[in-house]
Write a protein that binds this ligand. Structure first.
Ligand SMILES: *Cc1c(COP(=O)(O)O)cnc(C)c1O
Length: 375
């Protein structure tokens, strides 16, 4: 990746070579439509089912509980709208949090316009929800709880096991946006009582524009796009075979050495935080100190001009993020940093560094040198 120092793996990742290699035939000689009955069609169908099996294996679900979609955002839409529409006769109340990705937040906003009622849970200074507040928010007409597995801006990991238990005890469905978690954390939808889960390949070294949704068998959800009967009649449109194959390969590779990967990322993260603490004054570490994604470090640099920080870093070939990629450029403080109680100033000087495969300690030394110059 020439001279670019890439510290923005929560925004997206490159596609691993082995992943790309598996995808390529499906753009060419294996171009059949998986709905076709002749051999190249059947071959494409088989490739999709193999990928589905790989996803199911990682989540500990059944293969026929996995639906391929076009991205993490679509998975969130399909899960939340799909479950809400199918169960609205039982109730019209949903519970989520103030720190969700916009794919969840704006889906909930749309549902509110359609007559649903949504409770947005607060989080503490570390970005954790309060389980008592969750239990207290539950009403007779609550049909769905949607809480993200891990936050994309500050990396905080939510108490998923406990949320799953509460949801189950109250007979309410539990969806989690696990787009940042898949490829980084171990997930078991059985043990964790997760009823629906969203994931996206481009966050774990797979291609962009392909996602998946797990929905537990027996839970009804409405499709949100009309058309053919693909994906067991839940997601119309000819399957994106090459990208589905890529997603399957990427998720398989991600979990082959997940412990090693996490060890490496924690080492990089801790090295970075220590170097910042040693070299730069007037900083604030955002999110939970340990209960966070291995590769995430979100720090406010109160003496550095937050408006310029990303452009200045870019001059040195450094890719990073302020708040979340979706917020960059709007100038508004991120809703996540606001929700954890940061001052406007602290929110606007926050720098999100997310480490990945290719990063080294030398890269971090270079980053620290550049940050020191910016004061
Ligand atoms: C990236 C991301 C999404 C959106 O996924 P896309 O595939 O880009 O649509 C949703 N939720 C979280 C937490 C994310 O990090």
């Amino acid at each position: 990746m020439n001279n670019i120092k890439y510290f923005d793996h929560a925004a997206t990742t490159y596609v691993k070579e082995e992943v790309l290699k598996e995808m390529i035939p499906y753009f060419g000689i294996e171009f059949g439509n998986p709905s076709s009955v002749y051999s190249i069609g059947r071959k494409a169908k088989r490739a999709i089912e193999e990928a589905r099996h790989k996803v199911a294996k990682v989540l500990n679900s059944k293969s026929d509980e996995i639906y391929f979609t076009s991205c993490g955002s679509e998975s969130d839409n399909l899960a939340i709208k799909g479950i809400a529409y199918a169960h609205k006769s039982k109730g019209k109340h949903l519970i989520t949090t103030k720190i969700e990705h916009h794919a969840v937040l704006n889906t909930c906003k749309t549902l509110e316009k359609q007559g649903f009622d949504v409770t947005y849970l607060n989080v503490d200074e570390y970005g954790m929800i309060n389980l008592y507040e969750l239990e207290n928010a539950i009403r007779d007409d609550t049909i769905l709880i949607s809480v993200m597995f891990a936050n994309n801006e500050i990396g905080t990991i939510e108490p998923i096991n406990e949320i799953g238990k509460i949801a189950k005890a109250h007979n309410i469905y539990f969806h989690t946006d696990a787009v940042q978690a898949v490829g980084n954390l171990l997930i078991d939808v059985q043990e964790m009582n997760i009823d629906a889960l969203s994931l996206s390949a481009h966050k774990f070294y797979g291609p962009k524009g392909i996602g998946a949704l797990y929905v537990r068998n027996g839970i009804e959800f409405e499709k949100i796009q009309d058309g053919g009967h693909q994906e067991r009649d839940k997601r119309a449109g000819t399957e994106n075979v090459a990208e589905i194959v890529g997603l399957g390969k990427a998720i398989e590779l991600a979990y082959e050495d997940i412990n090693e990967y996490n060890k490496k990322l924690i080492e990089l993260r801790e090295y970075y935080i220590n170097q910042v603490e040693k070299n730069i004054s007037n900083i604030h570490i955002n999110g939970h100190r340990t209960n966070r994604l291995s590769g995430n470090a979100n720090i406010s640099f109160l003496d550095i001009d937050g408006e310029k920080i990303l452009f200045e870093l870019d001059k040195y070939g450094i890719c990073a993020s302020a708040g979340s990629a979706c917020n960059s450029g709007t100038g508004e403080p991120s809703h996540v940093l606001t929700a954890i109680g940061l001052s406007q100033e602290a929110a606007q000087t926050a720098l999100r560094i997310t480490f990945g495969e290719g990063n080294t300690k030398q890269d971090i030394d270079y980053l620290i040198d550049v940050l020191k110059k910016m004061k």
